[in-house]
Write a protein that binds this ligand. Structure first.
Ligand SMILES: [Ca+2]
Length: 297
């Protein structure tokens, strides 16, 4: 019998995925290391921004050790010089690529580099993607990223309202909470997709309260919040709250090849930004496993 090589390869990949789900995170070899970038489509020019260095085994580190300008310049010469081309991933699926056009203006402040972007992903404001410094092969498997349906948005708001109220938001403000940024992503590639979102309440009487959530499917249509990060805006009429964080989804990718995609978020706050990576641990709980990179805005 002739075996279709494509089907055979898919079958082997699925078997590897299943077995890896039972291996502790980081215990297996997952190939060589790479730099992970945030891809943002701009009106005039698109950009990439280093998020982290993913070491062999899926360990997540700062893009380069230390904070000196010399180290930043060395990083730029290695990874962000004009002509460097990198593959783009959107929801774990291969989605075109970027080519660096200009080095970062001042690497001591920001490592954001202008790029030419060629992608099939529907990128726009607050809809970002990831790029990697090398093709990462079967790490990428599609998570079927898409906007939430109307029914999913309703279910997500219902799941989030009690969390708003637990954080001091009035019942009426919680009732009028809205979704600022959201995506359906099948992070474990099992059953219905998760919803990853930033929601906001408190436009009325109280201060703004943001929730960054990873909502997991519950029952036939519902969600339960697997991760909730609370970002409250404590500004007054005369003073801006410099600690207020606007945290948005960048995208998700299985960095340690355990079968469940890590979720990457970008936090923008007063004149600065950085990146956070959340990982589902073996006990089923989502945890922050990295915060770093970024710089000026
Ligand atoms: Ca993972």
């Amino acid at each position: 019998m002739r075996v279709n090589p494509v089907i055979a390869a898919v079958g082997a990949g699925a078997a590897a995925l299943l077995s890896s789900a039972f291996v502790s995170a980081g215990a297996q070899s997952v190939g060589s290391s790479y730099v992970l970038f945030c891809v943002e489509k701009g009106e005039q020019m698109s950009s990439i921004d280093p998020i982290a260095f993913i070491a062999t085994g899926g360990t997540i580190r700062e893009p380069f050790p230390g904070t000196s300008d010399r180290e930043a310049s060395r990083f730029v010469e290695r990874w962000l010089r004009p002509g460097r081309a990198y593959p783009v991933y959107f929801g774990g699926a291969s989605s075109g690529g970027v080519t660096v056009r200009e080095r970062p203006g001042d690497p001591g402040i920001s490592l954001q580099a202008r790029v030419a972007l060629k992608t099939t992903a529907p990128l726009q404001k607050r809809t970002m993607a990831l790029a990697t410094s090398q093709t990462i092969g079967r790490v990428a498997g599609t998570l079927q990223r898409r906007p939430l349906s109307a029914a999913e948005r309703t279910a997500l708001l219902a799941a989030a309202r009690p969390a708003f109220q637990r954080n001091g938001v009035s019942a009426s403000d919680a009732q009028s909470a809205r979704i600022l940024n959201a995506a359906a992503l099948n992070l474990d590639r099992v059953g219905r997709p998760e919803a990853v979102a930033r929601l906001q309440a408190g436009q009325g009487s109280g201060p703004r309260c943001d929730l960054f959530v990873i909502a997991e499917p519950q029952g036939e249509r519902g969600f339960t919040l697997g991760l909730t990060v609370v970002n409250k805006d404590k500004r007054t009429p005369t003073m801006e709250d410099i600690n207020y964080i606007e945290q948005d989804l960048v995208d998700a990718l299985d960095l340690n090849k355990d079968g469940i995609a890590e979720v990457v978020a970008r936090s923008v706050y007063y004149e600065s930004h950085d990146y956070t990576i959340f990982q589902k641990r073996r006990n089923g709980k989502w945890r922050k496993v990295y915060r770093g990179a970024g710089g000026g805005v």
